[in-house]
Design a protein around this ligand. Structure first.
Ligand SMILES: Nc1nc2c(ncn2[C@@H]2O[C@H](COP(=O)(O)OP(=O)(O)OP(=O)(O)O)[C@@H](O)[C@H]2O)c(=O)[nH]1
Ligand SMILES: [Mg+2]
Length: 356
């Protein structure tokens, strides 16, 4: 070992770097639709956090709003079809063709400008493999004295399909108020083959609404733990002072924060968790890693337990680099336990035992 760097075979190193890039790769979601259609409400609903303000009219007709959530980048595109921004001009100005997927959100009637937008959406889908999803929000408000709701919904869907020129196009009816249709929309997004690995990002980052979602998040997090364990040990430039462990504390801290985020665990839950008999110790474990200092403290505390272990069987070909191997094992073992703990808390949130 030289300069705290491990002599991993170069191709192995490259492989793990590649995996890390894959984990960190961003997914760009574009929100398009008329002001007040519920774009902000929808994204907040999917993510399970108040990422965007709703109801208040920011001037979305001229400004683009952006927000980040983990590996997701959400671009709330300004309105089009105004005197200032006919669709063509809007496309030139904002380059909306660059995003990975589009959520077209509407309520009420479609406009002529929406039909023009549809022709662009189709083009980006066909030429760039950037899918779009047509979302009719405010399903709870679809009502008419004369006609049943199903008939009204059919009319709305028909209008969309006419304007799109695709008679079979799916239209997702949702209500951000009641939550109706959100699950179906999520499934439609996850099923978009063209998104490839990006679909798995969306599934990891969107709020879990079922035990299956949580199982998926667990699997995704375990992969992240393994990737970070390799890189965190092999690239550690800052051995933990006074200990026979090399471990990149910053990277470890980041990993654990990401796991909390994926499972929807926020800092304000620490106090709530204390009130539950069974969950209190789990909460304590999870939040003891919530600051960088906390991570250093825990690593120091636990280093002894790992240092003495038989490490060769975990990573045979770096068996000689004991300090890095210990670092690897710590990230791997603590990480796995951390995922289990966060998963357990998230299950209780989903069961409604714990309020978010
Ligand atoms: N009844 C009902 N109201 C909703 C629903 N979704 C959103 N709203 C309301 O509609 C209003 C507009 O929602 P926003 O999410 O702010 O809409 P937006 O498209 O982001 O609006 P701009 O950012 O101004 O373009 C808010 O008052 C929401 O509370 C829904 O499903 N049902
Ligand atoms: Mg908005």
């Amino acid at each position: 070992m030289e300069n705290g760097k491990l002599n991993l075979e170069e191709e192995m190193q490259a492989k793990w770097e590649e995996k890390k890039r894959e984990l960190e790769e961003e997914v760009h979601i574009a929100l398009v639709g008329q002001p007040g259609a519920g774009k902000s409400s929808l994204i907040n609903k999917l993510i399970g956090r108040k990422l965007f303000e709703t109801g208040v009219h920011t001037d979305t007709t001229v400004d683009m709003q952006e927000a980040a959530f983990g590996t997701l980048r959400i671009h709330d595109l300004p309105g089009y079809g105004t005197a200032r921004f006919p669709v063509e001009r809007w496309v030139e100005e904002f380059h909306p063709e660059q995003y990975d997927l589009y959520l077209f959100v509407f309520e009420g009637k479609l406009h002529d400008s929406d039909a023009i937008l549809f022709s662009y959406l189709k083009q980006w889908r066909d030429e760039r493999e950037h899918p779009f999803f047509i979302v009719r929000n405010k399903k709870d408000q679809i009502w008419d004295e004369e006609k049943p709701k199903t008939e009204l919904m059919e009319e709305i869907a028909r209008d969309v399909r006419d304007k799109l020129g695709e008679p079979e196009a799916p239209v997702q009816f949702v209500s951000c108020r009641t939550g109706e249709g959100i699950e179906e929309l999520k499934q439609a997004i996850f099923a978009a083959d063209v998104l490839g690995v990006k679909a798995s990002k969306l599934r990891a980052e969107f709020q879990a609404t079922s035990m299956e979602d949580l199982a998926y998040k667990k699997q995704h997090s375990m992969k992240a733990v393994n990737t970070y364990a390799w890189l965190g040990a092999a690239n550690a430039v800052n051995p933990v002072p006074g200990l026979d462990v090399t471990l990149d504390v910053g990277m470890f801290y980041k990993l654990l924060s990401e796991i909390r985020r994926i499972f929807g665990i926020t800092d304000d839950m620490a106090q709530t968790l204390e009130k539950y008999k069974v969950l209190a110790p789990i909460g304590q474990r999870v939040f003891s890693y919530a600051t960088q200092e906390g991570v250093v403290m825990m690593v120091k505390k636990l280093a002894g337990e790992f240092a003495g272990k038989e490490i060769a069987k975990y990573i045979p070909f770096v068996g000689q680099a004991a300090a890095a191997a210990t670092g690897y094992m710590m990230i791997q073992k603590i990480g796995e336990k951390y995922v289990d703990d966060c998963h357990a808390i998230a299950q209780e949130i989903l069961r409604g035992v714990l309020k978010r």
